[in-house]
Design a protein around this ligand. Structure first.
Ligand code: UD1
Length: 428
């Protein structure tokens, strides 16, 4: 087990390039199962979750290789339909093999991914959608057992809530179903657009990309494809908040401002200068801050609302902002758990159900804290950057799940962060 030793007090300045989006790449890897042959994915982040997804695809029969940020997935004609618990439990995104396996094999046994430190994550909409496509789907002995021996049939499906995972699973099943499927109230996250573009590249017929309703004309087969993952908007947002908190000046050379409109509006109202188009080839964005940020209220919602994945970062920002802020978490109820760790640095936060009220302080003071999940870990590191003295962030493996080379990039921007063995913690 390792930890990060973060010395507070430097302002982050310079340029940084963000990796491809974790929340897209994992789903694109699952989508590769839909076609026999070699699919090539570029800009796949080098993070533990991608390694785990690679292992799962291998177990299903694919050959997976990696060269720098390119991943090649060679899918055989016949894939196994069993995704076992020991692999699925490691990452929630592995549930996204359910739709492709059912569509390709007419059967899928996928272990329930289990709990997560940010709250319960239901599957009812995934299951209801696949049933509408004609599959029998039951939960038995800890597995989702889905069968469609005669193939899937296009259907009208309305989601109760624009769930990212349910949209992906149903979409990946529908592209190989017989006839037309209409999916209403779909998620509109940039990662959904990314997977739609990949599927269209594989030959899928999808209309309405970017809207709340997708029309899918099912086909008997798809072809492998070469596709580049979109840049990670959550990592871009993390750098943006870091610039504000440390009163710095960061250019994210390939970040996409258009995927972060509401976030950037909020950060501008906290006092930041935001300059889109400041990076490579007119892309990218610059975020600069002088003086103390003003407190900002935030409500997390499905896209284009404020992303739940950036909630811990704005809680950390408000902990040192001028004023009092209210953060409302609408997506994952247990996401405020990390606030207890932030309080160890002196943050003044009161939780009331899914609201957090944060009274900004002039400064925080360094202390040992524990990263409870990926984003909470990043939020704690940002807080450590502005705390007086040293902050020791343990359970750094959580951060590794979402931020490739976080320490290298932080130090490249002028931070003083050291990764070291954690003498107080042992692998369970
Ligand atoms: C969520 C985020 C997504 C983010 C991802 C990674 C939202 C809406 N989604 O996606 O932007 O990239 O985490 O952290 O912000 N739910 C059910 N039943 C279902 C499916 C979902 O009750 O069948 C519930 C979940 O428990 C959760 C909410 O709906 O409370 C969001 O679900 P979903 O969008 O599917 O979650 P992720 O795909 O993990």
């Amino acid at each position: 087990m390792e930890r990060l030793r973060v010395s507070g007090g430097t302002s982050l300045r310079g340029s940084v390039r963000v990796n491809g989006a974790k929340n897209s790449a994992l789903k694109l890897m699952a989508a590769a199962l839909l076609a026999e042959g070699r699919t090539t994915l570029h800009d796949v982040p080098s993070i533990t979750d991608v390694r785990y997804m690679g292992e799962l695809l291998r177990r299903l029969g694919a050959d997976v290789s990696r060269d720098d940020s390119t991943v090649v997935i060679d899918v055989p004609e016949k894939v196994s339909h069993e995704a076992p618990y020991e692999l699925v439990r490691r990452l929630r995104a592995s549930i996204c093999v359910l739709g492709p396996l059912l569509a390709r094999c007419g059967a899928a046994d996928v272990a329930l991914p289990g709990g997560d430190a940010i709250g319960s994550r239901g599957l009812d909409m995934h299951i209801a959608g696949l049933r509408r496509l004609g599959a029998s789907v039951e939960v038995e002995h800890g597995y989702v057992v889905a069968r469609a021996p005669d193939g899937l049939k296009g259907a009208m499906i309305g989601l109760d809530f624009p769930s990212v995972g349910a949209t992906e699973n149903i979409l990946m099943a529908a592209v190989l179903a017989d006839g037309e499927t209409v999916i209403d109230n779909v998620a509109r996250e940039p990662e959904i657009l990314d997977i739609c573009h990949m599927l269209i590249g594989m030959g899928a017929q999808i209309e309405g990309v970017g809207s709340s309703t997708l029309h899918v004309q099912g086909l008997p087969g798809l072809s492998p494809v070469e596709h580049t993952t979109i840049p990670d908007r959550i990592v871009t947002g993390t750098w943006a908040v870091a610039a504000l908190m440390t009163r710095g000046d960061i250019t994210v050379t390939n970040g996409r401002a258009e995927d972060l409109e509401l976030v950037l509006d909020k950060l501008a109202s906290a006092g930041a200068v935001i300059e889109p188009g400041a990076g490579e080839d007119g892309a990218g964005l610059r975020i600069a801050m002088s003086g103390r940020p003003r407190a900002i209220d935030v409500v997390t919602l499905p896209y284009p609302g404020f992303p739940t994945d950036l909630q811990p970062m704005v809680v950390a920002l408000n902990a040192v902002a001028d004023g009092t802020a209210m953060i409302t978490e609408n997506v994952y109820e247990a996401r405020f758990m990390f606030v207890n760790e932030l309080a160890r640095l002196g943050a003044e936060v009161r939780i009331d159900g899914h609201h957090a009220v944060i009274r900004g302080r002039e400064s925080l003071s360094g202390a040992p804290v524990v990263a409870t999940d990926i984003r909470a870990g990043a939020g704690l590191v940002l807080a450590g950057l502005v705390a007086e003295g040293e902050t020791l962030v343990s359970a750094v493996h959580h951060i590794d799940r979402g931020y490739p080379d976080f320490v290298g990039q932080l130090n490249g921007l002028g931070a003083d962060v050291v990764r070291e063995p954690d003498p107080d913690r042992f692998e369970a």
